[in-house]
Design a protein around this ligand. Structure first.
Ligand SMILES: Cc1ncc(C[n+]2csc(CCOP(=O)(O)OP(=O)(O)O)c2C)c(N)n1
Ligand SMILES: [Mg+2]
Length: 449
């Protein structure tokens, strides 16, 4: 049965359109520096901004011309263009969003929000980075640098960037095997993700995890068994409650996983114990090659918690996801127990690298989502429409992202593989050395934490 195009099925993916780049974040080992990325030293926003903004236009042009000569030497960029266009940027703007559908809730997230220029640029860079990283992974897979499983998440970028924007770094996240994007937004560097995919020593799991098993602080993977991360997420939320940390756990799973029995069991326990757990169903319309209409008797996943309140969110709109995430995070933190959030989204690639993704959906359907609902295009259009950025600046961001991803790929294809004798290392944290059995009982590996 051929499913109808996404837009016709009322997926909430409204017509929209965009593209972009940014400044590479500093990295420390596998993790990104948690401080916000610095602007290029050649043209930081603060050094001329306040003075220049208060000048009349002709004075701004004179100032730009003078500074241009100095900057063109050090910045290797058309400084006049940067200065002039930056003068006209707004610092923030208000945007309206699609309202969320609610279940057992009287009030939902706001339908309008303020986006600062700084945040907009940050989100744009992050979404572009995830997109480019996934396209690079696709290429490395086809070149046979990456072997085995590989599930890409391009198309779903607004979910990951929006979720991270709505929680605290101290909160917790666990997800399925489609883990590259959210691993990045949780703090992993592109380099450590790509090197993990190629099985190299510099990978975030030291080259021993691969696509489905990436971790960093307060990010628990990367789980290959469909739905198995959901009870684990409730367990993490139980720990948050037990420790009285006022932290929450975002527990992600797909529309396919939503039909599993263990998900219903977990809803029950989480509600019973009022756990600070946000159940997040990434509804990308398909579980492998099966459309939601063929797999689910009830495709309103935000209502599937039965006794747990829920909301359905436009997962292609970063602002919608951010505001909804703040809303559900506040709900959980206030001690009311779990809440369910369905993110309506779409994956551009097939389920995994062995799935061309076009036997169960049409090329036109994918193209339709790309042209009307792409999350990066949407943010781009919004920011341009309210003068939060310029095309030049976005292109500069794109160029920087491209460079960062290229350098990461270079590392991921040249870094050595972990040595064989380290195969059993790092199984446990802070454990005295012990021996592990290999594929047969005569092969022994030493395990060192
Ligand atoms: C317990 C279990 N059953 C089946 C599989 C094979 N499998 C891997 S992904 C998948 C589909 C899951 O779809 P969904 O939950 O919608 O997530 P998406 O891939 O769309 O992100 C299946 C059936 C598995 N890994 N684990
Ligand atoms: Mg799915």
């Amino acid at each position: 049965m051929q499913s109808a195009p996404a837009a016709q099925r009322g997926t909430g993916l409204g017509p929209r359109g965009i593209r972009a780049v940014i400044v590479a974040p500093r990295t420390f080992g596998g993790e990104r520096d948690p401080t916000p990325p610095a602007r290029q030293p050649a043209h930081p926003p603060g050094w001329w901004g306040a003075a220049a903004r208060s000048q009349p236009c002709s004075m701004r042009k004179m100032l730009a011309a003078a500074v241009s000569r100095v900057l063109s030497v050090v910045a290797q960029k058309p400084a006049r263009r940067v200065l002039l266009s930056s003068c006209n940027f707004s610092n923030k703007a208000t945007f309206e969003m699609k309202s969320c559908d609610l279940y057992l809730l009287e009030k939902g997230p706001p339908v309008a929000t303020v986006l600062t220029r700084e945040d907009g640029i940050k989100y744009y860079r992050m979404m572009q980075t995830v997109r480019r990283m996934e396209l690079k992974a696709d290429q490395l897979y086809k070149q046979k640098f990456i072997r085995g499983f590989c599930h890409l998440c391009d198309g779903q970028e607004a979910c990951y960037v929006g979720l991270e924007a709505g929680i605290k770094p101290s909160d917790h996240v666990i997800t399925s095997y489609r883990a590259h994007g959210i691993g990045y937004t949780r703090g992993l560097s592109v380099r450590s993700i790509l090197a993990e995919l190629t099985g190299r020593r510099g990978g975030c799991a030291k080259g021993k995890g691969g696509s489905m098993h990436m971790y960093t602080k307060r990010f628990y993977g990367g789980n290959g068994i469909v739905g198995a991360q959901v009870p684990l997420g409730a367990g993490i939320a139980l720990a948050c409650k037990y420790m009285g940390s006022n932290e929450i756990c975002l527990t992600l799973y797909g529309d396919g996983a939503a039909n599993q029995g263990q998900i219903a069991e977990t809803y029950n326990m989480a509600a019973l114990w009022k756990l600070p757990c946000v159940f997040i169903c990434e509804n990308n319309l398909y579980g492998m090659g099966t459309s939601i209409e063929r797999s689910s008797a009830n495709t309103e996943y935000y209502k599937r918690g039965n006794f747990i309140p829920g909301l359905r969110v436009d997962g292609m709109d970063i602002l919608c996801v951010r505001e909804a995430t703040k809303f559900v995070a506040d709900y959980c933190r206030s001690g009311k127990g779990p809440i369910l959030m369905e993110l309506q989204t779409y994956r551009y690639h097939g389920h995994s690298m062995s799935d061309p993704g076009l036997s169960y959906r049409t090329r036109e359907e994918v193209q339709d989502v790309r042209s009307k609902s792409d999350p990066i295009k949407l943010l781009r259009e919004r920011m341009l429409s309210k003068q939060l950025t310029s095309i030049d600046e976005l292109m500069e961001i794109e160029a920087n992202v491209k460079k960062e991803v290229e350098e990461a790929a270079q590392f991921a294809t040249t870094d050595p593989e972990p040595p064989l004798h380290e195969l059993g290392f790092h199984l446990y944290n802070n454990n005295p050395p012990f021996e592990v059995r290999g594929p047969n009982q005569w092969i022994k590996f030493k395990s060192i934490s």
